[in-house]
Each structure stands twice: as structure tokens, then as C-alpha cells.
Design a protein around this ligand. Structure first.
Ligand code: 5GP
Length: 122
């Protein structure tokens, strides 16, 4: 599977579609999810063209990876989430219901987030 440059997050990165920006640096862009599932629901995406967690983790440079994950922590700090905590999640592929084929992390916070996955899976 190759990277589809028409995906919605690629368009956001190119400025073709607006976003509610939270943070940006050389490695990452963070913006509020259009359909939030928690009081805080931010999406953090790398600037490079990576399809998924799997793609990013296996092909991005060490500089891109460290820059990206440092950006995630900066977003959490900027939003003041350290004290009460937060959840970082990435959906990868079909079973995880990944909708947008540009690697992204979801940052959830702002309340008790409950269980990690739906009950009754095992
Ligand atoms: P996934 O299922 O791929 O992990 O999550 C994709 C997320 O992107 C969903 O939570 C969805 O609400 C969000 N999303 C989809 N399209 C847009 C958009 O155009 N703008 C923003 N800000 N979020 C979007």
C-alpha cells in the first residue's frame, strides 16, 4: 500500500483544508479532532508522508521519530495535562478502524477516560 496524497490529513498539512491548530513545529502538527470523543481530543500527525504507526516506526528517521514524540509531549504540556493524565492512542489498520491513512496519534484527556478498549473482547 502506498501513501495516498489525497488523504484528508495530507490536505490539512498542505493548507488546503483548515484545521483548529493546537501546536506545530518542524516535525508535527497538532489540531483538534473534528468529532471529539473526550473533552480534549487532539490529533497529532507527523509532517512526513507516513501511512500508519507501522509505516512511521519502520521507515521514519530517528530525527523524525524523536521530533514527533517530543512534539506529543509538548502538546500535553501546553494543554496542562500532566496532573490529571491523558491517553495517547494510535489506530493501525482495519481491526483498529484506522480511517485516515496518514499516521496520527489521538490525545484524549479532560475526564476519566474509562477502559482502554471495549469490554468483552476476551
Ligand atoms: P482514525 O480512525 O483514523 O484513528 O481517526 C481519524 C480521526 O480523524 C477521527 O477521530 C475523525 O474524527 C478525525 N477526522 C476526520 N476528518 C477530519 C477533518 O477533516 N478534520 C479533523 N480535525 N479531524 C478529522
Amino acid at each position: 500500500m502506498s501513501y495516498n496524497t489525497d488523504n484528508i490529513f495530507a490536505k490539512i498539512l498542505r493548507g488546503e483544508i483548515p484545521c483548529d491548530k493546537v501546536y506545530e513545529d518542524d516535525y508535527a502538527l497538532a489540531f483538534n479532532d473534528i468529532s471529539p470523543q473526550a473533552p480534549v481530543h487532539v490529533l497529532i500527525i507527523p509532517k512526513g508522508a507516513y501511512i500508519s504507526f507501522d509505516d512511521f516506526s519502520s521507515t521514519a528517521s530517528a530525527e523524525e521519530m524523536s521530533g514527533f514524540y517530543q512534539a506529543v509531549q509538548k502538546v500535553a504540556t501546553q494543554l496542562g495535562l500532566q496532573q490529571n493524565g491523558y491517553r495517547v492512542l494510535s489506530n493501525m489498520g482495519a481491526d483498529a478502524h484506522q480511517e485516515v491513512p496518514h499516521y496520527h496519534l489521538h490525545l484524549f484527556a479532560g475526564c476519566d477516560l474509562g477502559r482502554m478498549v471495549k469490554a468483552g473482547l476476551v
